[in-house]
Design a protein around this ligand. Structure first.
Ligand SMILES: Nc1ncnc2c1ncn2[C@@H]1O[C@H](COP(=O)(O)OP(=O)(O)OP(=O)(O)O)[C@@H](O)[C@H]1O
Length: 359
């Protein structure tokens, strides 16, 4: 999968960007504040319907514009898609696929599997479990067609159960929710466990390459005692859940933990090592998608050179090349791209939100 044209209007300081990306490497250089991260953020927004930087989409719209629009032309296995997304200051979102309205963000996300490696992305390793659940669920979204609907239904049921918890003094009225909720929770957990297991060899291989000095262990935790059926646990925990006011255990608390030499990675790894581990995980997930679904992720790398020594930079360049994916890489200057195969890709420069192709 590769974007063959990208048009960005009114997105942060990118007033009118229109270019034809290289199907391989795209290097974007520019001074601080020129719009490099914003360009990656725009591509990410198109594939996720949200930013990786800002929780409030209105702040992303150019100060003087009523909306932003993103258009892309995308090719995959001899098919071409025209994708469009517009977000207004009022919060309305329009998604168009091949000129047709009424599509959802999930439809765009399905077409555009992508991985981001950015300074914010370190939260995958040093943030809360929600970031690691999102990592697993990204994989399931692309591997298991029923996952998205099942997880959405489960989340709705949990919300309703939490509201009911505040009103019931007996367990009996909650059992109606729990009878529906339990099999869904069990199913989501089974899928997550299976995916985590399937991904493990890719993660181990990738970590051995990027962090050969460390023994990395990965483990999946489903969010409740694995020897207990979820329905049983909900009934058992009723009093505790009622006192706290919400459902304490379950798939909404699952985690995918990483240890280095037996210790939590966020405690022992340097910042550079954390970045390498993030690269290893993202590349492993992309590689697994290609192996199992014959699909290529798009890779977005913000501030590629920071924290990495030259050897690791060239290792990352090599792995990205090996992935045969389309890649967007930002750097302050061409100097920082010495370890990258610049001659094989396209080089662009951003100056105050204006993009120009360099020879
Ligand atoms: N809603 C907005 N409208 C217009 N400009 C904005 C908006 N939000 C942010 N900006 C500006 O857009 C510019 C682009 O920021 P961006 O983070 O993309 O730069 P960058 O090239 O990645 O910089 P750095 O190298 O410092 O990371 C900044 O000057 C920022 O102040």
């Amino acid at each position: 999968m590769a974007l063959s044209r990208l048009i960005i209007n009114g997105f942060r300081n990118l007033q009118a960007v229109d270019f034809e990306p290289n199907p391989g490497f795209n290097f974007i250089v520019g001074n601080n504040g020129s719009g490099k991260t914003s360009l990656l953020e725009a591509v990410y927004y198109l594939g996720h319907g949200r930013s990786f930087k800002s929780a409030v989409s209105q702040r992303i719209i150019h100060y003087e514009q009523p909306h932003f629009t993103l258009h892309a032309r995308m090719n995959e296995q001899q098919h071409e898609w025209a994708l469009g997304l517009q977000k207004t200051r009022q919060g309305d979102t329009t998604v168009k696929i091949n000129g047709e309205d009424g599509n959802k963000i999930a439809d765009l996300a399905q077409l555009l599997p992508m991985q981001i490696i950015s300074p914010e992305g370190l939260s995958l390793l040093n943030g809360g479990p929600a970031f690691r659940r999102a990592f697993l669920d990204w994989g399931l979204f692309h591997h298991q067609t029923e996952f998205y609907a099942c997880w959405a239904r489960l989340r709705r049921l949990l919300k309703q159960r939490n509201a009911a918890l505040q009103q019931s003094s007996q367990y009996a009225p909650l059992k109606i929710w729990d009878d529906e909720l339990s099999p869904l929770a069990q199913q989501v957990s089974d899928w997550r466990r299976q995916y985590a297991e399937a991904l493990r060899p890719n993660i181990e291989k990738s970590c051995r390459l990027f962090l050969p000095e460390l023994e990395i262990q990965v483990s999946f935790h489903q969010g409740w005692d694995k020897d207990l059926a979820y329905a049983e646990l909900l009934a058992q925990n009723f009093e505790r859940d009622k006192n706290i006011g919400y459902t304490v255990s379950g798939p909404q608390k699952a985690d995918f933990r990483f240890k280095a030499n037996g210790l939590p990675v966020d405690d022992v790894l340097s910042r550079g090592q954390l970045k390498l581990m993030m690269c290893a995980l993202r590349l492993a997930q992309g590689e697994h998608l290609t192996e199992t679904k014959q699909r290529h992720c798009l890779f977005l790398l913000d501030d590629f050179a920071s924290e990495l020594d030259q050897h690791k930079q060239s290792l990352l360049a090599e792995r990205l090349q090996h992935s045969a994916s389309q890649v967007f890489i930002t750097a302050i200057s061409q100097d920082q791209l010495k370890q990258m195969p610049v001659a094989k890709g396209s080089l662009f420069e951003l100056q105050q939100g204006e993009l120009a192709r360099l020879p």
